[in-house]
Structures are given as structure tokens and as C-alpha cells.
Design a protein around this ligand. Sequence first.
Ligand SMILES: CSCCC(=O)/C(O)=C/O
Ligand SMILES: [Fe+2]
Length: 193
Amino acid sequence: MADCNKSSIEAWEYNPGDEENSKLPHKFSPNRPVPLSHVHSLGVLTWKLDADNWESDPKLEEIKVERGYNYWEKITVSREAMADFDARVGGFFQEHMHSQEEIRLILDGSGYWDIRDYDDKWVRFRVQKGDLVVLPPGMYHRFTLDTGDYIEALLLYTEVPERTQHQRAEDSIARKNYVKQFLDVHTLQIEAQ
Ligand SMILES: CSCCC(=O)/C(O)=C/O
Ligand SMILES: [Fe+2]
């Protein structure tokens, strides 16, 4: 598989602080960086691809074939492209999970994903043009734009999209599998030390 350690994604401990605006970085001062390897240990996969030539990029083709990504669609999240921009961005920022992988190739612009750490605190990472990100089914997360208020992304799917956002209160097979595959393993590793 194309080496998923070649991305330059920056991650850090999310500082809830007193800032209302989710589009600000929410870093502690000094910053508390989180290694990308830790983000990967939570089940996230990342690659750096050629966003300008995604339709002919052999690396993306390799990933699509290996992981069965047979469907894709573009989305532009901006005030100009979305009449309900604030509502849509607000919806992305509601903590949720999906029963399928969340697969996004950033074609332009930038934004932040927040994912739950092993201690249930938020870890934030920044994505920009060329970042391919795969969140595992059952991982609680949220997404927001940065103050640039613009992102264009390719949404990829293994099958006809199941778009339901399962809010935190709901439990599901996807959540149980995620906990077993990533969180329980981590707990056992800690206990074994
Ligand atoms: C970068 S595309 C918009 C974000 C999205 O589709 C999603 O599900 C965020 O959790
Ligand atoms: Fe999502």
C-alpha cells in the first residue's frame, strides 16, 4: 500500500479555552504537539497526494483499488457554494461517527478534524490541499473549516454512500468494532507495561 507515513499533517492537543470560534486553531500556549504516529494509532490513515492531478494520480489509483473505493463525489464547502453554509459547517462540527470509513482527499483549501483520544480528549489535526485522510468506522470526530472558510474535497466510498451521522448518544456495531480494534488494544498495552 502507498506509504501512509509520508504526510506532513500537524496534530495537537485541542485547547477548549474560552474561544467560541471553532475555526481558530485552539492550541495550548505553548503548543502541545501530538505525533502523527499517535493519530495513526487511533486508526486514522493519511497520505500526501497530487491534488491537482487526482484523476490520473497512480498513487490514488493504487489506494482506490487496494481499499475498494469505487464511488466518489466532489464537495465545495464555502459561502458561495452553499446557501446553507453555516448550517452545514455547524453540522460537520457536531460530534459524530459513521458506519463506514470517512475518506476525504482535500483538493483545495484547508480545515480541521478533531478526533477523540484514548482519554476521550480532543486531538485536532489540520488538513490542506493534497491530504488524503481516512477515519475508521465508529471513530467519534468532528470537522470544521479554518478562518479561510473554504475547502474543496473529494469524498470517496466503498459503496453507495451511507451518509448518516450517528451522534454520540447512539451506539452501533461500528462503534463496538472500533472500541475493540483500537481502544481496547491500547488499554491492554498500557496494562501490560
Ligand atoms: C471535508 S468534507 C466535509 C466533512 C465531512 O464530510 C464529515 O463527515 C466530517 O465529519
Ligand atoms: Fe464525519
